[in-house]
Design a protein around this ligand. Sequence first.
Ligand code: FES
Ligand code: FES
Length: 507
Amino acid sequence: MQLEVNGSTVEVADMSATLLDVLRDVRPRLASVKDGCAPQGQCGCCTVLVDGEPRVACVTPARRVDGRAITTLEGLPDELRDAWSDAFTACGASQCGFCTPGILVRLAARVDGSTSLENALAAHLCRCTGWQTIREAVVDVRSPSPRAPRDLDAASRRATIEGRTPQHVGRDVALGCGGFAIDTVPDGARYAVPDGDGGWVLGDSLAEARRASGRIQGRRTTIAATAPLSLPPGEWTTTLRTSWVEPGYLEPDVAWCEPGGEPASSLANGGAFGAKQHSIVGDAARLLAAREARTVAVVLGREDTVRLGPKRPPMAIGLRADGSGVVRVARTAGIADAIRAVAPGLVVDEVDIAGPPTSADIRGAGWVEVAVAIAAATGATQITAANGATASSTVDLDAEDRGVIDVRVRCGAVLDEIVLRSYCIGAAHMAYSWVTSERLAVDATGAVHDLTIRSFGIVKAAETPRIAVTIEPDDGPPVNGSDAVFAAVALAVWRAHGLLSEWPCGR
Ligand code: FES
Ligand code: FES
């Protein structure tokens, strides 16, 4: 078979390959074509054009596009690619940048306006940005705003503070070149994927390793998703039970290592909101490289990420009107300290429950739930994080055009307003989605049953309220502000839903 990829002929020998497999093998590398959920076909990260029409490459058999013209972001006309990536950078519409190339390809293909923006974005997921800035970039590309001079080093510093892992800001990020480990695997490396039994299956390509693992894709389950912890006994005026929640970052965990070397970081430009801090892939790559005496890339698929990656620990909180009470939480290293940082007087009761691993590193885990519950119990409207950042929010879900979330934040020197605003909007979307919609089904043995990226309950673009951010001036040292925004919006959204005692509480 032969494909025309960005104007060059590519020979395809593997008749069972997907178009994504083929495009990931093209050299020089087409780094824009990302695998966020293959073969689920649900995230849009692998979107390319086939004879000018957007297609998700991970569910497109290569044989079906034999002889046809494939265009990736790299193959778009320079002016078009530059205009879109400039607009995304100027509006803060790309953070980790993993989802962005697929979105850009689809948006660039609808320059004639033949598809509505809502329809175009419905094919995609973005976990970082909260959609608002992407909408603004679409307006900007049609009539570019004047570009004020910008210090991208300062922007990267603000992004790193908000992402809590090294983050980079620039046009290359919007083009998908943020430095993800999967894009820097040396040629000739072996690939390793989980065998589903605690071990690894290796192959000379990612597609070969996946085929050899013989894993069946999971799907949305009929098992009910529930809050797993019961409330602590007592007389409470405010109660809250939270569920298993998937961090839902788009860039699955990947690390590669040479024999005797240090693993490439799985955190490059994708901090995963803290969920990758202790990813298993780095150590696995080091061990397998030593065993094989070859460079080995360890690659988690979407399902592996859901099964093996840490979740926010479920909680059950009972509070009196003065904010005193008891927090019951799934036993998690560091969670008691995180809670006591904002509520030193609360009793923390850690319990063992069957379920996936949990982590206190995931965005404000522990302290956010407690700060929100205390504010609800005492009638407070402002959240103060342990780092001193403050945030407040009001929500009008009945306002015209999808409702509106207003956010106010103070978190030291701004450094770059575009980046700070973007991270606050992303945090507001994540909080809204968490409180109203997100949870995972976990059975009595602790096995996760919701394994597809659309089954986590992440709120889509068309259902996301408009988000307005006010940044209060502050000359203090810059500190993370988006976690305080995350808590403030969770509080406002919960109030708007009548402080129902279990999350998610519906839209
Ligand atoms: S990787 Fe193809 S849609 Fe997600
Ligand atoms: S920028 Fe969209 S997932 Fe990170």
